[in-house]
Design a protein around this ligand. Structure first.
Ligand SMILES: Cc1cc2nc3c(=O)[nH]c(=O)nc-3n(C[C@H](O)[C@H](O)[C@H](O)COP(=O)(O)OP(=O)(O)OC[C@H]3O[C@@H](n4cnc5c(N)ncnc54)[C@H](O)[C@@H]3O)c2cc1C
Ligand code: FES
Length: 273
C-alpha cells in the first residue's frame, strides 16, 4: 500500500500524483510502470490501471505519476486525497535500454502529450550518465503540455529561456514551433543530431518516429500503451503482433512483460489500432 502524498491538477484533466513507496522508488527503471488498484471495497472497476513511473526518488522513497482523466478509473483516481492509500504493484515491465556507453553523440527523446511521463526519468538518468539529449515535446496546444517543468533543468518550464536541448512543438502554434513533433525529429535526424531515439505517445506518432528512424538509419525504442488486465504476462490481454521474423511466422509480444518498451523493429506498429 502506498500513501498518496500529492494529487494535484496540473493541466485540464491532467494530474500529478506523488506516492510514498520505498520499494518502487528504489527499483524502478525508466520506462517501467506501476499497476494501480483503485480504492474501495467494490469490484468496480475490477482491473488495475497501468501508469508509467515518471520519476522515482530512492532517497525519499517516493515516485511521481502523471495521468490524464479519460474514463472511470482515472476519474476515481482524481478524487483521491493526500493521506489516502493505493494498492500499487510494481515496478513492472521492461524499460528503456540505455545507449551503448562507448557511443558518441546525443540521443533524442520524443514525447507526444502525456507520453512525456516515462521520458522524464530517462532524461534524468541519461544526463547523470553524461549522455546529451535533445528533448522534443509535442502536443495539440500549450495548455495540454504538462510535465515539461519536470524535465531536468527545465526550471520555469515553458516560460523559461529557450534551451537548445528542449524543443516544444504545438499543433496550433500556441507555443514553440507550429506543427508535429515528428517534423522537429525529422530535422534533427537530417542534421545527424541523434544516434538513438526514444519515444512515447500516441501510436500514430510512434509509427512516424519508427519510419523516420528507418529512413535515417537510427535505432528507435518506443514505449507502447495497450489495455491491460493482469499486467504480469498471464492473460495475453495486451498482446501485440511482432514484426515477422525469419520464415514469416506470426508471433505476438505481451506489452506488460516483453515491453512496454520495444525496439521499433520488434513490433508491427502498423497493426496497432
Ligand atoms: C504501460 C502503460 C503506461 C501508461 N502510462 C500512463 C501514464 O503515465 N499516464 C496516463 O495518463 N496514462 C497512462 N497509460 C494509460 C492508462 O493506463 C489509461 O489511460 C487508463 O488505464 C484508463 O483508465 P480509465 O478507467 O480512466 O479509462 P477506461 O474507462 O478504461 O477507458 C477510457 C478510454 O481510455 C482508453 N484506454 C484505456 N486503457 C488504456 C491504455 N492502457 N492505454 C491507452 N488507452 C487506454 C480506452 O480505450 C478508452 O477510450 C499507460 C498505459 C500503459 C499500458
Ligand atoms: S496484461 Fe495480462 S498478459 Fe499482459
Amino acid at each position: 500500500m502506498a500513501e498518496v502524498l500529492e494529487n494535484c491538477e496540473i493541466g485540464p484533466g491532467c494530474f500529478r500524483m506523488r506516492l510514498a513507496d520505498a520499494n518502487v522508488a528504489r527499483s524502478a527503471r525508466p520506462g517501467q510502470f506501476v499497476h494501480v488498484r483503485l480504492p474501495g471495497s467494490s469490484l468496480d472497476p475490477l482491473l488495475r490501471r497501468p501508469f508509467s513511473v515518471c520519476l522515482a526518488d530512492p532517497g525519499e522513497g517516493t515516485l511521481l505519476v502523471l495521468y490524464q482523466v479519460v474514463g472511470r478509473g482515472t476519474q476515481m483516481l482524481a478524487k483521491i486525497r493526500p493521506g489516502d492509500y493505493l494498492n500499487v504493484l510494481g515496478p513492472l515491465g521492461r524499460g528503456f535500454d540505455m545507449p551503448p556507453a562507448d557511443g558518441k553523440g546525443d540521443v533524442a527523446l520524443v514525447a507526444g502529450g502525456l507520453g512525456i511521463a516515462p521520458l522524464i526519468m530517462l532524461s534524468r538518468d541519461l544526463s547523470r550518465a553524461g549522455v546529451g539529449c535533445s528533448f522534443l515535446v509535442g502536443g495539440r496546444s500549450q495548455d495540454l503540455l504538462v510535465g515539461v517543468d519536470l524535465v531536468p533543468c527545465a526550471g520555469a518550464g515553458l516560460a523559461a529561456t529557450p534551451r537548445r536541448d528542449l524543443q516544444v512543438v504545438t499543433e496550433d502554434g500556441s507555443i514553440g514551433r507550429q506543427g508535429l513533433v515528428t517534423d522537429a525529429l525529422d530535422d534533427l535526424l537530417r542534421d545527424g543530431g541523434a544516434r538513438c531515439v526514444y519515444a512515447c505517445g500516441p501510436v500514430g506518432m510512434l509509427r512516424e518516429v519508427g519510419r523516420l528512424g528507418e529512413a535515417h538509419r537510427v535505432p528507435v525504442q518506443v514505449s507502447l500503451e495497450e489495455r491491460m488486465a493482469c499486467g504480469l504476462g498471464a492473460c495475453l490481454g495486451c498482446a501485440v503482433k511482432a514484426r515477422p521474423g525469419r520464415g514469416g511466422r506470426e508471433t505476438y509480444l505481451r506489452v506488460c512483460v516483453d515491453g512496454p518498451v520495444f525496439w521499433a523493429g520488434e513490433v508491427d506498429l502498423d497493426g496497432i489500432a
